[in-house]
Design a protein around this ligand. Structure first.
Ligand code: NDP
Length: 303
């Protein structure tokens, strides 16, 4: 079976590509440039015979994926901007997330009628109601939606990423409802994704937003444990497996992916006690400040 995967050059994507390859799938990797495709081939060189690549320079262009989807059996779409410091909310974040999603669905419907299953990486950001803060005692699950709007994202760039994920996922479900394509859809809502980058896929300077959240706790840049803004996590290797299992599962649906709650202070403590000699580089202050952090939790039992 041949699976088209977008976002394979990223933190979660590299593990996801590996999961499909290890389970005997052939994969077609869509990258933004020829050099990105070459890097992905190098990362997964062990499985070189199972991989082909295709360059999709602009995922928002009309018909962007028309050629990429041809001949594939399934599609897994992870590509979406996840970085701080963008200049233009609409152009840099919202459009690639939303139109990247609708374009790939359009291309599948028009040019790959054989596809029966599509998996899209959404986010915890599509579930949480950010206006309610850490909401002690509340239990989120995949039946809930972030009420954030396009307009509020334009007005407040701090919530633009969350809005991009919510609006992209909503657009995907609207597409399924109105276009009634041949394929069913699964969307995944991972919490903050942590764990090791896939070997050979990246460098310390390019870890990705969430892995970098942990790296700053051990690179000597902080003396004080930072505040935990999103106190729920899941391991990147489990998220990768979840993408494959979602492809192999029948029936449409959303799946929240959560392993539990944590605080940054706990992570610092684990790093300090790891025996890896990190004591001089990991914050020693404020480790217990959030010990009694009462926040929402996430029910991931469906996944
Ligand atoms: P990374 O930044 O490591 O990877 C993002 C991937 O998307 C890369 O392959 C990148 O390609 C591609 N991409 C980003 N913007 C564009 C664009 N404008 N056009 C084409 N491709 C683009 O992030 P993650 O691996 O962490 O995230 C992967 C997915 O998981 C995203 O959809 C993200 O929203 C979602 N997610 C992540 C969570 C986390 O904690 N990490 C939590 C919940 C959801 P390139 O290499 O060319 O830049």
């Amino acid at each position: 079976r041949l699976i088209l995967i977008t976002g394979g050059s990223g933190y979660i994507g590299a593990h996801t590509v590996d999961s499909f390859l290890r389970h005997g799938y052939r994969v077609r990797l869509a990258g933004r440039s020829e050099s990105s495709c070459q890097q992905m081939l190098a990362t997964h060189s062990e499985h070189r015979k199972l991989i082909d690549t295709t360059v999709v320079p602009d995922i928002t262009a009309l018909g962007a994926f028309d050629s990429a989807v041809q001949g594939v059996d399934g599609v897994v779409h992870l590509a979406s901007p996840f970085f701080h410091g963008f200049k233009d909310v609409e152009k840099d974040i919202l459009l690639p997330a939303i139109n990247g999603t609708t374009e790939i669905l359009e291309s599948i419907k028009k040019h790959a009628p054989q596809v029966r299953r599509t998996v899209i990486t959404s986010s915890i950001a599509a579930i949480l109601d950010l206006s309610k803060g850490i909401r002690p005692g509340h239990i989120y699950n995949e039946s809930q939606w972030n009420p954030i709007t396009h307009e509020s994202a334009i007005q407040n760039p701090a919530v633009a990423y969350a809005a991009s994920k919510k609006l992209a996922e909503e657009a995907a479900w609207n597409f399924i409802e109105t276009e009634k394509p041949n394929f069913s859809l699964a969307t995944l809502q991972p919490m903050m994704v942590y764990g090791p980058p896939f070997p050979g896929s990246t460098s310390i300077s390019n870890l990705g937003t969430s892995a970098n959240d942990i790296y700053v706790l051990m690179n000597g840049s902080l003396t004080q444990a930072p505040t935990t803004r999103l106190p729920v996590y899941v391991d990147v290797r489990d998220v990768a497996e979840a993408h494959r299992l979602a492809y192999e599962t029948e029936g449409a649906g959303r799946f929240a992916l959560c392993a539990g709650n944590f605080t940054k202070g706990q992570v610092c403590r684990l790093l300090r006690e790891s025996g890896l000699g990190l004591e001089n580089r990991v914050p020693s202050e404020g480790l217990d400040a959030e010990n009694d952090l009462q926040s929402y939790s996430v029910d991931s039992s469906k996944a």
